[in-house]
Design a protein around this ligand. Structure first.
Ligand code: DND
Length: 230
């Protein structure tokens, strides 16, 4: 469960609230896309997915949620959360509809998506229509996520097409779970981009260019901080 203490905490440069930078609710119900990820690093596949979801599903905002201590990944193998958060901030700065949340990275415990979704509904007093944005690959193992039935019931997913993960293939691999899961999953066709964070990390380690695979500011941040160099 995400730590409630992150709602309002002190950080070295002052006091910051969990809702800092998050879209304000106002009187009308907000329609929001939440894009969770390890983002190690964020790249144009993530950004194109979020922007396409925003337009096709008429989202007021997309909030990127870098995972602090991802339950599904080896913590020692991932880049410190603060670097991943800052790369997300650099990547979204020119899009007025995109923001980044610190909710998960400020939590000391593993954050499960169901807990994050509950926190968001609480934060907006239910005055929120939330979609969780993923790539098609995430749907493949959704049944292993914490309380996945409740998660899907409370928050529909938008799943973007991804090279190597056709929905026909998912149907075969997921078997009987597919039909039930897909009742709450909206498919999103995006221009196919065979880009992954793994691919970018490998290219940096091999001293190969990553230009245009991620925003230039993120590329420069990676070099400046010697990230992904073996
Ligand atoms: P990843 O580490 O796969 O994200 O994590 C995705 C989200 O799943 C995070 O919010 C996790 O907390 C959550 N999760 C995972 C497992 C269990 C549970 C929750 C649980 O609650 O039990 P990446 O940084 O690798 O990628 C972020 C998203 O972007 C993913 O959905 C990925 O599929 C998608 N993506 C692309 N989509 C389209 N084209 C591309 C993409 N590259 C990545 N080229």
């Amino acid at each position: 469960m995400c730590d409630a203490a992150v709602v309002d905490k002190y950080i070295p440069w002052g006091r910051i609230s969990m809702s800092f930078l998050l879209p304000k609710a106002g009187n009308k119900e907000l329609t929001m896309g939440l894009m969770g990820g390890t983002f190690d690093p964020i790249h144009i596949g993530h950004l194109v997915t979020a922007e396409e979801a925003r337009q096709q599903f008429k989202l007021d905002h997309v909030v990127f949620m870098p995972a602090g201590n991802p339950p599904h990944k080896d913590e020692a193998a991932i880049t410190p959360a603060e670097h991943r958060y800052l790369m997300n901030m650099l990547a979204v700065v020119d899009n007025p509809y995109f923001t980044v949340s610190r909710l998960e990275i400020d939590s000391q415990q593993p954050c499960y998506t169901i807990d994050t979704v509950r926190r968001f509904y609480d934060l907006y007093n239910g005055n929120l229509k939330l979609f969780f944005i993923t790539g098609a690959d995430a749907i493949l193992d959704i049944t292993s996520w914490k309380d996945y039935k409740e998660l899907l019931a409370s928050c529909p997913f938008i799943a973007a097409s991804r090279p190597g993960y056709s929905f026909d293939k998912l149907k075969i691999i997921m078997g009987s779970a597919f039909a039930e899961v897909m009742q709450r999953v909206h498919l999103l066709e995006i221009p196919a981009m065979a880009i992954s964070s793994t691919f970018i990390r490998r290219r940096v380690a091999e001293n190969r260019t990553i230009r245009y695979l991620t925003p230039e500011s993120v590329e420069q941040y990676i070099y400046k901080n010697n990230l992904y160099i073996r």
